[in-house]
Write a protein that binds this ligand. Structure first.
Ligand code: DLZ
Length: 158
């Protein structure tokens, strides 16, 4: 998975459906707030750029990335949403905690996508260090939040 080959904020605008009638839920983790705040900023701006109205973008926070699965599950139970985005940043530390959280969130979101009718877009940055997270949240490799917004619009249309 070489993000170096793919700028996260680059996309073909012509291929993005109009989002003016769509409603989105976003669940954001509070850990590493500098990163998750930048992801959220990118996601909201990109949704709005493609027509989503601010009243139709509903944002909830959870303490950490592990809680993103619960937050997303609650949102998928709300029929009003066309797509849900989760945003989090897990940075590797000295213990295996990183692996357990990343696996738990990844499995949990995959399970939601296979069992619920509303698409859940996976905006979890899993990086070795803070700089890699900065690079992917509005830095030199773009913003994962932008990418998630585009994917949410496309999956809502799907
Ligand atoms: C405990 C923990 C650690 C060590 N690191 C992160 C992290 O880098 N990013 C993140 O979003 N959350 C972290 N957490 C918190 C867990 O996701 C979770 O909130 C707690 O284990 C409580 O369930």
């Amino acid at each position: 998975m070489a993000t170096e080959l793919h700028h996260l904020s680059d996309y073909d605008a012509q291929s993005v459906p109009d989002a003016s009638n769509m409603c989105f839920g976003i669940v954001v983790a509070e850990w590493n707030p500098e990163i998750t705040g930048a992801l959220l900023d990118g996601a909201v701006k990109t949704l709005e750029k493609h027509g989503a109205i601010p009243e139709n973008i509903h944002i909830k926070t959870v303490p950490g990335s592990f809680e993103l699965v619960y937050g997303a599950q609650m949102m998928t139970k709300n029929d009003g949403f066309d797509a849900v985005i989760i945003l989090g940043s897990v940075i590797r530390g000295e213990t295996p905690h990183f692996d357990y959280i990343c696996q738990g969130v990844t499995y949990g979101i995959a399970r939601l996508n296979a069992s619920q009718n509303i698409p859940v877009i996976y905006g979890l940055l899993t990086t070795d260090d803070l700089q890699q997270a900065k690079d992917r949240s509005g830095g030199k490799l773009g913003n994962k939040g932008d990418e998630c917004a585009i994917d949410a619009i496309k999956m809502a249309k799907f």
